[in-house]
Design a protein. Structure first.
Length: 705
């Protein structure tokens, strides 16, 4: 299976999205995502489908595809390439036609000549039909009429009626060439403004995307082993290539430092503006900025697999998803065009019967066609989601799906893991006791056991008590959930583990690690774990918002309760296995919408079961892949931002949908009763989408915390 990502030009409304999605799904493609805001289309393809056939199929629907592949890309260079160029071309011919509206002040009688009007209107009509007409015909042919059907019928009706009036010499009362031209021109204006508005909603994502392509200083060696540095584009780099990154340069790819120290600004990825110091063996994220220092590093991921690239891909995929709140709008959009065509026909017939004036009735019918706007309903959700996800990405919060944004609106409780989430996970040895020989021998034994464990406490002990000559075990094994066990060549059995291995030997359960020799307690070790500096502020913020806080940990109850008392957490559930954590979160989720924040492998099942799973960027890969939201700043300080963005994005979607429905409910009857002209209707229709984009754009600066 292969994931395909294409850019599709020409999507103007939710009908376009539905048309493309249904076409791809009929082809048997899986995981289809169509993003109206960005024009991105993605799907997974197997060997049975041919890309070129799918591409031609999408273009047969009336759209242009940029496949990013010279062999597949069939995008043709046209005389007028976009809505801006079409509008600027059309306005030149349309403005003279509109001058008669100001006949009281400007007396240009020759403009009333029907042949001059036809000469001015015809180029506009041809350009309009080249875009709206072709799209309308293809959409009808595929059984999914889009909004261009309304524009095409309205403009054609006005033009043909005027043409008949000119050819038959029926007089000025039958000439509405300016209506046909102005409808086409103003809809192009609205589409251009809509494109510009959507581009502004994508600016955070575009900023990230622009950071992907930079030049890199690649190091190579000649046959004399002399080092040479030459510039290459980072998209050509491969894993293992050696780079020289200098002071002030952008890190061109994910890499690991071989030599040198550097101060790095990772704000483009994490949202954290404070630079951090990186040393040899530490990782640099592609797209970050080397504020100070010079390093040599080797590439650990190609551009397409980099952290930045994955973030952009995830955000694009999330933008292409639709939360449940959009489903009703989609159902209405699917039948909107046929309903409006029916209303326009009724408007024509009813007004003709009542007014006994076909010309006036036709103008009212055309006004109904051009003022109706399914775009607003289709744009309501994508515009808000694009801004919400874009601001989140800029601030170091990565939403893996759009649904999470909506689910955040009514979270009632937040469950925290302890180690690595509320605490830093960076342990230090605080104290130890040895009842067996010298301290050096004791440290040698403990190091030799713990170096085989991946547990954070074991790694801390192994790091601080590192020995040059560890014990060579005859047998070494990990006791699942308990600790490590080793047997020496002399037959002595040593164990290092939790209180469970020493329960029958002591009643003191206050230590972190117990050391046993031949089933006798010979010592213990205590470690300390620093509380994250932002933890108390976050917990207090949640309590202020009436969100219940729960500490869920596999650690001992007394230590968890001590931390909970310090931070002000409402409830403690301690000494839980991963399976027990899963059951606890499942039970809490049944009681009310629950967010779970965790970072370890043992948190992954619980994260998946929570209403919204939240992981830290320095968490295990399993936890990150399971979570719905990833906090990219190596901490939990952006948790309030993620909750706030979720609530306010949902609020913005609701506002957008209300405007979209209210606009159409009010505008269509107003047009049907002749209270506005088709020209003014076309202008108002275009502005309706801009209103939604502006309302969505407020999320960029709106206070959400």
């Amino acid at each position: 299976m292969e994931t395909v990502n294409w850019k599709v030009d020409g999507m103007d409304c939710s009908n376009c999205v539905l048309t493309i999605r249904q076409f791809l799904e009929k082809k048997g493609l899986q995981d289809v995502k169509v993003n109206l805001a960005g024009g991105d289309v993605s799907f997974t393809i197997n060997g049975q489908n041919k890309k070129d056939e799918i591409l031609k199929g999408i273009e047969s629907l009336g759209y242009l595809v940029d496949a990013g592949d010279a062999q597949l890309n069939t995008k043709k260079k046209k005389f007028l390439k976009n809505h801006k160029e079409r509008f600027l071309f059309c306005i030149i011919f349309t403005l003279p036609l509109l001058l008669h509206m100001f006949d009281r002040w400007v007396h240009i009688h020759w403009l009333m000549n029907p042949w001059i009007q036809m000469a001015l209107a015809t180029p506009v009509f041809i350009v309009g039909m080249d875009f709206f007409g072709k799209s309308a015909i293809k959409s009808i042919r595929n059984g999914m009429p889009n909004m261009n059907v309304l524009i095409a019928i309205g403009a054609t009706a006005a033009y043909v009626y005027s043409l008949a009036g000119a050819l038959l010499g029926l007089g000025e009362g039958y000439l509405f060439f300016e209506t046909a031209a102005s409808v086409v021109t103003l809809v192009f204006l609205g589409n251009w403004m809509e494109d510009a508005s959507i581009q502004s909603t994508q600016r955070s994502l575009n900023k990230l995307a622009r950071s992907q392509k930079v030049m890199a200083n690649m190091i190579a060696y000649d046959d004399q082993h002399q080092e040479h540095v030459f510039p290459v584009e980072n998209t050509t780099l491969r894993v293992g290539d050696i780079l020289l990154i200098k002071n002030g340069e952008q890190v061109p790819a994910d890499c690991k430092i071989l030599w040198g120290d550097a101060t790095v600004n990772e704000s483009i990825i994490t949202g954290e503006s404070m630079p951090i110091v990186k040393k040899p063996k530490e990782h640099l994220i592609g797209g970050s900025l080397l504020v100070d220092g010079t390093v040599k590093a080797y590439v650990t991921a190609e551009a397409k697999n980099s952290v930045l690239s994955n973030i952009i891909d995830l955000v694009k995929r999330a933008q292409g998803e639709k939360p449940p709140v959009q489903q009703m709008a989609d159902k209405i959009s699917a039948v909107f065009v046929p309903i409006v065509l029916g209303i326009a026909a009724l408007t024509l017939i009813a007004n003709w019967i009542i007014l006994q004036d076909f010309t006036a009735s036709l103008m009212r019918s055309i006004a109904v066609l051009v003022i109706a706007c399914p775009c607003a309903m289709g744009l309501a959700t994508p515009a808000a989601i694009a801004v919400g996800l874009g601001r989140a990405a800029r601030s170091g919060v990565l939403f893996r799906n759009a649904k999470s944004l909506e689910l955040f609106r009514n979270i009632q409780q937040v469950v925290f893991d302890k180690t690595g989430t509320l605490t830093t996970g960076d342990f230090n040895i605080a104290a130890f006791q040895n009842n067996n020989g010298s301290d050096e021998d004791f440290k040698q034994i403990v190091f030799s056991l713990e170096k085989y464990s991946n547990h954070p406490i074991a790694q801390c002990i192994a790091r601080e008590w590192k020995q040059s000559q560890p014990v060579r075990w005859e047998k070494i094994e990990e006791m699942k959930g308990l600790g490590m066990k080793g047997v020496t060549k002399e037959g002595d059995t040593w164990q290092a583990g939790s209180f469970k291995i020493a329960q029958g030997l002591t009643n003191d359960a206050t230590h972190n690690v117990y050391i046993l020799k031949n089933d006798e307690l010979v010592g213990w070790i205590d470690v300390k774990d620093e509380v994250r500096p932002e933890a108390m502020t976050i917990v207090q913020y949640l309590r202020h918002k009436n969100i219940r806080t729960i500490l869920l940990s596999g650690d001992r109850y007394d230590k968890c309760q001590q931390l909970a008392d310090f931070l002000g957490i409402d409830e403690v559930i301690a000494e839980q296995t991963p399976q027990e954590k899963l059951g606890v979160v499942e039970h809490l989720t049944l009681k009310g919408p629950t967010a779970m924040v965790g970072d370890g492998i043992n948190d992954a099942p619980a994260l998946a079961k929570a209403t919204v799973g939240i992981s830290l960027s320095d968490a295990s890969q399993v936890a990150m892949q399971t979570a719905d939201v990833v906090l990219m700043d190596n901490g939990i300080k952006n948790l309030p931002l993620s909750l706030g963005l979720g609530r306010h994005t949902y609020m913005t979607i609701r506002q957008n949908l209300f405007w979209a429905f209210a606009y159409n409910i009010v505008a269509i009857p107003v047009a049907a009763f002749g209270l506005l002209t088709p020209t003014f209707g076309a202008l108002v229709m275009g502005l309706s989408d801009v209103v939604l984009a502006i309302n969505s754009g407020r999320l960029f600066v709106k206070k959400v915390v």
